[in-house]
Each structure stands twice: as structure tokens, then as C-alpha cells.
Write a protein that binds this ligand. Structure first.
Ligand SMILES: [Zn+2]
Length: 281
């Protein structure tokens, strides 16, 4: 699943390479991903539009088109957006393709066919499930420590990993960065929000900001094609049995509410009362 750093990278790429280009034609290979909330077919609606801008909204990418129409995409688990040059192959099961004036294509590929692409009138997003339930934007100036403390206070019964992952609370943190954030903050993923100390909450807020910033920098530096998910910089995610970069203990994988979670059992110990020395000598 693309996460915020991936989506920002895709957004910036599209702004640089695709913005202001018109769409010569649209081709649908697998209509299962499409939801058209405007009268007309996808092919008719997209033809001759030009892509004016791209935005990130929670897990969604929103492409603003010239005819007051938006193409809103949620790539879900395995969906990939590909900017395909004429000599290149598609990167998987092709769902639809937009042929651009310069001869390149913007493709949505998804082996699992779980991705969704909505065609809606600009500003009319009611037809898109979960679009309007977006939580606090963690990249905005509104994501302050007092705002975070207030959110935590409203969700004390949740496990911290579940709390971080809930897009209706925080917009948005996926599985990979949630693991990295908790590792950075040295908090066990199953800790209940109610059990976090004030200092842990402060540290968690800092970790969200710093880990996402780091992720954005890492994905930018890697500078890969937009269909590639850059994960090489991860410290604990998918690192089961590898040494913790902080203490050398083997990274553990466990399930939290059906999701795989990776953490260091020593740095993120559940047994210690507090990770912070309250009474330094
Ligand atoms: Zn460790």
C-alpha cells in the first residue's frame, strides 16, 4: 500500500511530468476498479481532458482535470500508478490507461484488482467511501502537540498501533511507517493509548513528524519510477529475525488486529513501566 511519502512523491512527479498535458484517449481493460459518478463513460469523460493538478488526500490521489472533473484514486494494497513511456512495458495487470499527448501513458495496474478510481465532479466527493472521514492531516500546521494529546485522549481504549493506523483519526499512516514510528518512539505496538505516559505521547508526536519527514526524504533520494514502493530505508518493517539497528536484538513479527507488525522486543519492551528514566541520578 502506498504511504504518505510514496503519495507525495507520486504527486510531485505528476506535477512535474504530467501536469497540463491533455489526454488523447482512455482505454479500460478492467472496469472493476472504476466508479463513474458523472453521466457518460470513463472513455468519453477522460478524453480531451487536461490534467491540471494532483493532490494527496489521506490515502487518495486526486487528479484535477480541466472539465471540472476529478479522477480520484485509492491504490489500496497492490495498485500501482505507472507513467509508461512508449518503449516500456506495463508493470502488471492493466486496469485502465490514459494516453497523453506526448505519447506516454498513465496506467493503473493492479494484480489484485482492489484499487478504486472514481470519476466525480469537482467538489462532489460524497460518492467516494471514506473520502470525507479524513482525520487530522499529520503534515499540516494543525498537527500540534496539544491537538495530538486531545486525539489520544479520545481514543484511550485503542492499541497504539491501531490508533496510528486509523485514517479517520490521523491522515495518514500505513503499516510500514506505523512500525517505524513506534520503533523510533520506543513504544510497544500493543500498548493501550491510555497507558502511554505524557512523555511517551510527546515522543510519539515527535516521532510521527520526524519519521514521516525522513520517509519523504528517503523516497525522494531513491528517485525511482512512481510504480515502485521504496522500502529499502526501513529499520524494522519486514526485518523479522534481523538485528535491531539500535540494540542488535532480533526483530519480531506479530499480529495486531490481523495486521503484521514488526518491532524490537527489547527497545519496545511491553514489560517496562516506562522507557524514560524519570529520576536520573
Ligand atoms: Zn532494539
Amino acid at each position: 500500500m502506498p504511504e504518505l511519502p510514496d503519495l507525495f512523491y507520486i504527486r510531485n512527479y505528476l506535477r512535474t511530468h504530467v501536469r497540463d498535458q491533455s489526454i488523447s484517449s482512455a482505454e479500460v481493460k478492467n472496469p472493476i476498479v472504476l466508479r463513474v459518478a458523472v453521466e457518460g463513460t470513463f472513455e468519453e469523460l477522460m478524453r480531451n481532458q487536461s490534467i491540471q493538478d494532483c493532490h494527496v488526500h489521506g490515502p487518495f490521489l486526486r487528479l484535477e482535470c480541466s472539465g471540472k472533473i476529478d479522477l480520484v484514486m485509492n491504490l489500496m494494497l497492490a495498485g500501482k500508478l505507472q507513467h509508461q513511456q512508449q518503449h516500456e512495458k506495463t508493470v502488471g495487470h492493466l486496469c485502465f490507461s490514459l494516453l497523453l499527448k506526448d505519447g506516454s501513458r498513465l496506467n493503473l495496474c493492479d494484480e489484485q484488482k482492489m484499487a478504486k478510481a472514481y470519476v466525480v465532479r469537482q467538489g462532489e466527493y460524497a460518492a467516494i467511501p471514506k473520502y470525507r472521514e479524513k482525520g487530522v492531516d499529520i503534515m499540516s500546521s494543525g498537527f500540534t502537540l496539544p491537538a495530538f494529546i486531545e486525539l489520544a485522549g479520545r481514543h484511550t481504549r485503542k492499541q497504539v498501533r491501531v490508533f496510528l493506523n486509523d485514517h479517520t483519526i490521523l491522515s495518514s499512516i500505513g503499516n510500514a511507517y506505523a512500525d517505524e514510528i513506534l520503533f523510533d518512539a520506543q513504544i510497544h505496538p500493543k500498548t493501550f493509548v491510555s497507558k502511554l505516559t505524557q512523555q511517551q505521547i510527546e515522543r510519539l508526536h515527535q516521532s510521527i513528524l520526524s519519521v514521516m519527514k525522513w520517509g519523504i526524504e528517503q523516497v525522494n533520494t531513491a528517485s525511482q519510477p512512481i510504480h515502485i514502493k521504496v522500502r529499502d530505508h526501513m529499520k524494522v518493517r519486514n526485518k523479522k529475525d534481523q538485528p535491531c539497528p539500535r540494540c542488535g536484538t532480533k526483530i519480531r513479527r506479530e499480529g495486531v488486529r490481523g495486521y503484521d507488525v514488526f518491532f524490537c522486543p527489547k527497545c519496545q519492551s511491553p514489560t517496562r513501566k516506562s522507557f524514560i528514566d524519570w529520576n536520573p541520578a
